[in-house]
Design a protein around this ligand. Sequence first.
Ligand code: DQA
Length: 144
Amino acid sequence: MKTVHVLNGPNLNLLGTREPGTYGAQTLAQIEADLRARAAALGADLVFKQSNQEGDLVTWIQEAGSAGQPIILNAAAYTHTSIAIHDAIRGAKAEVIEVHLSNVHAREHFRHHSYISAVAKGVILGFGPMSYRLALEALLEGAA
Ligand code: DQA
């Protein structure tokens, strides 16, 4: 059975109450539950984690990468700042799909650059929680 890691960065633990006009009303726990149901239907195991610490994300990317297991990554604000996460993906040869709830390109200029995109297999953004589901389906149905 394929294992897919879903890794979430800082402030995503606040979903549900955090800027609902931008990020929607669903909590991270609800996104996780929806994704677990979809993964089970597609015959995959899900490891779902969130951290506000950059180093946790680096370690988790290294672990998944060296196990040869794919990652759906919403690095949140670290997307726009973290050379360490870029290097972890590259160094561990991790297969990553970058996701964002919001369309970062329609937002502030500082969100337009991603350190992840250049080392990602694909990028899905702007579809709210469905961004995660589309990434999972792309991974499991072989499009990615
Ligand atoms: C985000 C977009 C980032 O710019 C922001 O810092 C986040 C969430 C998204 O999912 O839309 O925390 O990654």
